[in-house]
Design a binder for this molecule. Structure first.
Ligand code: NIG
Ligand code: FE
Length: 399
């Protein structure tokens, strides 16, 4: 949409500019000018420049759009029965991934595309304007390439997760599967992927396999992220730090050495320069939906680790597309303050994707913003389960 747009009469504007030592950079009685899909000006409403069009926020809170930095949206079928069994006491092992692999392989391109589109729309209605999308339910050369090709129709942040689990046909010779992932599968996936990911966990890929696969991905120009320390303690988090991963995700079972490694990697100055830290991305929807203990966000934050929140949206461990739900869980169950949780769901997600164009509302950033049906960001945790997203602007366009 051409021409300028003024979002005016904002009661509380979260900019994430860190001004005055406030990470959220909150401004009262503010306005935001949008031009060519970008934020052109931010300031007091009374000094707002003229614009072609105007949105009256009517005293409400305005936030950067949520950045959901971890989602598995390319799949078919669902696993509602598996969820019901868990709620009746069954543990989550990740074994159900193979069920989804079967359904995904049997689906047409259009069916997969429709599912990604439906979930992407669901996310946007809940305030998400940037999403990372992983492959990982294909697990053959052609299927992983297909998943990523479809994911790339929806986002720039596509992640090759050929190493999600060892598929049944390689169960007796997993080394050969690792060879396939590092060789032909990576070659077919790389043109459509920005990132590489491995599920480094007992029952999935051990640390040697994970290191080998991630190193191949790096050599092919992909950035590193990984699923680590979700189901139990393990070497994944420290492997991620060693490899300079943008993010290690889950972080549910951490030793002091894991926390120290993450804290040692942290560069708090990421907003003003190229970020170099490894972010800890917490996925409380997974603990909710697997009835597992939540990660201790407070311990990470107190150690100085950069924390992000994401949905982990997938048909097995976390079938939610809602960042507001994750914010509420993080505050109630993980000892984050509402401000920390909102930062983690916006700027934190951007840091986990090493992006400086989203997750904040400052001149030059993408005009991705959310108008809440609430006077402050506190209401996201204070009013859990309530649809508080009044309006979403993506690239400056009302959606
Ligand atoms: O992040 N842990 C590995 N992958 C997903 C779960 C995938 C599934 O259960 O289908 C996760 O929780
Ligand atoms: Fe995941």
């Amino acid at each position: 949409m051409r021409g300028s747009l003024l979002v005016d009469n904002i009661g509380e504007l979260v900019t994430n500019d860190g001004r005055g030592g406030d990470p959220l950079g909150v401004r009262r009685d503010a306005a935001v000018l949008v031009e060519d899909g970008q934020v052109a000006w931010v300031g007091p409403a009374r000094y707002a420049p003229a614009a072609d069009r105007r949105i009256d926020a009517d005293g409400a809170a305005v936030l950067p759009g949520f950045v959901d930095s971890h989602a598995h949206l390319v799949f078919a079928g669902d696993r509602a029965a598996e969820f019901a069994a868990r709620m009746a006491g069954e543990p989550y092992t990740g074994g159900g991934i193979r069920t989804t692999v079967g359904a995904t392989r049997a689906a047409s391109d259009d069916e997969l595309r429709a599912t990604v589109g439906r979930l992407r729309a669901e996310m946007r209605r809940q305030g998400t304007t940037t999403v990372e999308i992983k492959s990982g339910y294909g697990l053959t050369v052609a299927e992983e390439a297909r998943s990523l090709r479809i994911a790339a129709e929806f986002t720039e942040d596509t992640t090759f997760l050929g190493a999600h689990v060892v598929p049944a046909e390689y169960a007796d010779h997993p080394d050969d599967y690792v060879g396939l992932v590092c060789g032909p599968m990576l070659a077919a996936a790389a043109p459509y992927a920005r990132w590489i990911d491995v599920f480094c966990e007992r029952g999935a890929f051990d640390v040697d396999h994970a290191r080998a696969i991630l190193a191949c991905g790096q050599a092919a120009g992909l950035g590193v992220r990984l699923h680590a320390n979700q189901l139990g303690p393990g070497p994944g988090v420290q492997l991620g730090v060693e490899l300079g991963a943008a993010s290690v995700d889950h972080c549910t079972h951490l030793s002091d050495a894991d926390v120290d490694a993450l804290a040692g990697s942290t560069t708090v100055e990421w907003l003003s320069g190229p970020p170099t830290s490894t972010v800890a991305t917490l996925l409380p929807g997974a603990e909710f939906s697997t009835r597992s203990p939540y990660p201790d966000a407070r311990r990470l934050l107190d150690a100085g680790v950069t924390v992000a929140l994401a949905t982990d949206c997938n048909p097995g461990s976390s079938y939610t597309s809602s960042m507001p739900f994750c914010v509420a869980l993080a505050v109630r169950e993980m000892r984050m303050t509402p401000a920390e949780a909102v930062w983690a769901a916006t700027a934190g997600g951007a840091a986990a994707l090493r992006r400086t164009d989203v997750g904040r509302l400052t001149p030059g950033s993408r005009a991705d913003l959310v108008v809440l049906d609430a006077p402050t960001h506190l209401h996201l945790a204070y009013r859990p389960g309530v649809p508080l997203i009044r309006q979403v602007l993506h690239n400056g366009v009302p959606r």
